[in-house]
Every structure is written in structure tokens, then in C-alpha cells.
Design a protein around this ligand. Structure first.
Ligand SMILES: Cc1cc2nc3c(=O)[nH]c(=O)nc-3n(C[C@H](O)[C@H](O)[C@H](O)COP(=O)(O)O)c2cc1C
Length: 331
């Protein structure tokens, strides 16, 4: 069993990675239903929260059914981060996660996200103070280092643990790599193999198949896998990995009916959460992935991504069921 503070998780838990504009409540709920053991919100700006910016505040919404859920925050200013903790606590998450890994320029230039990898002492201090501020477990998501020449993740992880961080998720790339090249899991395994480490060490980056998840567990010996892009349009990925772990075989491809049902539920949950206009608009980006592989799909996709009225989108789903009945997906 793996524990994040008092939260008990199964062996080798699968975590849905925080992803901006993706890991919203409806998507998290779908992933949870399909086997994600922990889900995270997309990152929320501490500066936005303390200024009560509507967009940031909305990101704090969580459903009971998705627990355990972590709210991820980012920032570099201690006062703001501490005030943020007080605000985030009101949403009653199970975990507060600090983003020390975002490579985007506008975040990094303010010293936040992966920008903090240039100042490990500040990283340690922020974490220590945030741990003191709350009874909720504080976890950290970060990268291997700023660049290839400054990878000190073994030391960093130990220092974060020593100031009370309850779990660490590590993306096997440096900030300089952004998303390029392959994720390197070796340094993450070194963190895990440090005999002083006792908090869970989760691996992240390029878990693209059940086999890769198994490699992370068996070859690299990590405590769990944090999954990002492989789940976009494929919330079933968690179930696929778990099935493979249990049986050594791949789950049968997800049927058209299941995909349509997921798309329908995704849209309905988004509308219930954000209202008709935003719900319809912001769910569009998911459809292409749900229906990937279907030939001559453009006409239907266009209806889904251009209709402003949910009735038309739901009608397009019905048409897809009708038109492509019996279509067999290959993966
Ligand atoms: C669209 C998108 C949005 C992301 N947003 C966040 C975020 O808000 N917070 C964060 O810590 N990482 C974010 N990430 C990084 C992912 O959490 C993850 O570390 C990265 O995608 C590597 O994992 P993967 O190969 O499984 O996708 C984002 C990644 C993507 C693709």
C-alpha cells in the first residue's frame, strides 16, 4: 500500500496529472471512474486567487466523487502562497500540490513553476512554510532540474521531504527540455533509491502504454505513475493499465458505444458545471481524441466542434452511433 500522509492508496497508484484546460472536474470525474487513484486540478495561480479572479476561483471546484483530489497551485511569493493555502483549504481538497515544474515562460519568468529550480533554497522555504500553514498534506510536482547541468533532484527531493512534503511527483525532463526528447526515468529511480527517502516518489513523463507503466513499476521501482497526455481523450487509459497489470493482456479496444457515452457525459457534466455556452465550447477539444481512427469522420467532428447549441452536439453523437455502428477500433 502507498500512503500520502493518511491517504491510503493501492499498490502502484495511477495519478491523473494536472493539465491546464484538460484536468477540469468533468474530465477528472471520467478518469476517476476509469481507475485513476488520485486526480489533480490544473494549476491555479496564487496571484489570481488572492485577487479573487473568477477564472482562478472556478478552478477550485471539486466533486465529492473524485476524491482523493489534489488542488495544484503555483506562485513564487511566500505571502501570496500562504494566503492561497487559506483560500484553497475552503474547497476542502485532500491534498494541496505545489507546481515547481511548469516550464512556460510567463510562469518561469516570475520565478514560479520550474523557475524555482534555479533557487532550491526558496523552493525549500516555500514548501516548509506551506506545510506549517495547513494540516492538509502538501505534495510537490517538479522536473529533474533547470537544465542538464543542474540536475540535483536527489538532493532536492530529500530537502523537500525533510521540511514535510508528503509525496513528490517528478517529470523526467528538465525545464530546458520543455517537452522535447524522451523523459528520463533514471534520475527519478535514484530519488526512490535514496535510502533516506520514505515519502512516495511518483514518476511522470511519457507513460504512453500499459507496458511503459509496468516498466516504471518493475524496472524503475517507483511508487506510482502520474499520467498526463495518454489520458487526453482516453480516460480509459487507467483501466487499460490496471487490466494489463492484472492479466498481462491488453483490454479490448473501447467500443463506439462507450466512447459516445463518455463524450455525452463529458458534455453534460461540463454544462452542469459551467453552463451551456462555456460547457459546449470547452468540451470541443476532447471529441477528436474520443473518436480518433474513425474514417471519414470530418463531417461529424465539424458538427461537434462548431455547434453552439448542445442539442446539436448531442444529436451529432446520436448520428455517429447510427452511422458507425459496428465500427471496430484497433486500440
Ligand atoms: C495540455 C497540458 C497542460 C499541462 N498543465 C499542467 C499543469 O497545469 N500543471 C502541471 O504541473 N503540469 C502540467 N502539464 C504537465 C503534465 O502534468 C505532465 O507533467 C507532462 O505532460 C508529462 O507527462 P505525460 O507525458 O504523461 O503527458 C501539462 C501538460 C499538458 C500536455
Amino acid at each position: 500500500m502507498v500512503k500520502i500522509d493518511n491517504i491510503e492508496l493501492p499498490d502502484f497508484p495511477l495519478l491523473l496529472a494536472p493539465m491546464e484546460d484538460v484536468s477540469d472536474p468533468p474530465f477528472r470525474a471520467l478518469c476517476k471512474e476509469q481507475g485513476a487513484d488520485v486526480v489533480y486540478t490544473e494549476f491555479v495561480s496564487s496571484e489570481g486567487l488572492i485577487r479573487n479572479a473568477a477564472k482562478s476561483v472556478m478552478k477550485l471546484d471539486i466533486y465529492e466523487k473524485e476524491r482523493p483530489v489534489g488542488i495544484q497551485i503555483f506562485g513564487a511569493n511566500l505571502d501570496s502562497m500562504l494566503q492561497t493555502i487559506d483560500i484553497v483549504e475552503k474547497s476542502n481538497p485532500d491534498i494541496i500540490d505545489i507546481n515547481f515544474g511548469c516550464p512556460v515562460k510567463k510562469v518561469v519568468s516570475k520565478g514560479a513553476g520550474a523557475g524555482i529550480l534555479k533557487d532550491i533554497c526558496l523552493m525549500e522555504k516555500l514548501t516548509a512554510e506551506m506545510v506549517k500553514r495547513t494540516n492538509l498534506p502538501i505534495t510537490v510536482k517538479t522536473r529533474l532540474g533547470w537544465d542538464h547541468d543542474s540536475i540535483k533532484i536527489v538532493e532536492v527531493a530529500e530537502r523537500l521531504q525533510d521540511v514535510g512534503c508528503k509525496a513528490i511527483a517528478i517529470h523526467g525532463r528538465t525545464r530546458a527540455q520543455m517537452y522535447k526528447g524522451d523523459a528520463n526515468w533514471k534520475p527519478i529511480a535514484e530519488v526512490k533509491n535514496n535510502p533516506r527517502m520514505h515519502i512516495p516518489v511518483f514518476g511522470n513523463g511519457d507513460i504512453t502504454s500499459p507496458e511503459r507503466a509496468m516498466e516504471m513499476r518493475d524496472t524503475y521501482g517507483l511508487d506510482g505513475a502520474m499520467i498526463g497526455r495518454a489520458s487526453i481523450g482516453n480516460p480509459w487509459f487507467f483501466k487499460q493499465v490496471k487490466h494489463y497489470f492484472k492479466t498481462g493482456e491488453h483490454l479490448a479496444p473501447i467500443s463506439l458505444e462507450e466512447r459516445v457515452e463518455a463524450a455525452r457525459r463529458h458534455l453534460q457534466m461540463s454544462i452542469d458545471w459551467k453552463g451551456e455556452i462555456l460547457g459546449v465550447f470547452e468540451t470541443r477539444r476532447h471529441y477528436t481524441n474520443y473518436f480518433k481512427g474513425i474514417p471519414h469522420f470530418k463531417e461529424y467532428r465539424m458538427k461537434m466542434v462548431t455547434s453552439d447549441d448542445s442539442k446539436d452536439v448531442f444529436a451529432a453523437f446520436d448520428e455517429v452511433l447510427d452511422k458507425f455502428a459496428g465500427y471496430e477500433f484497433t486500440e
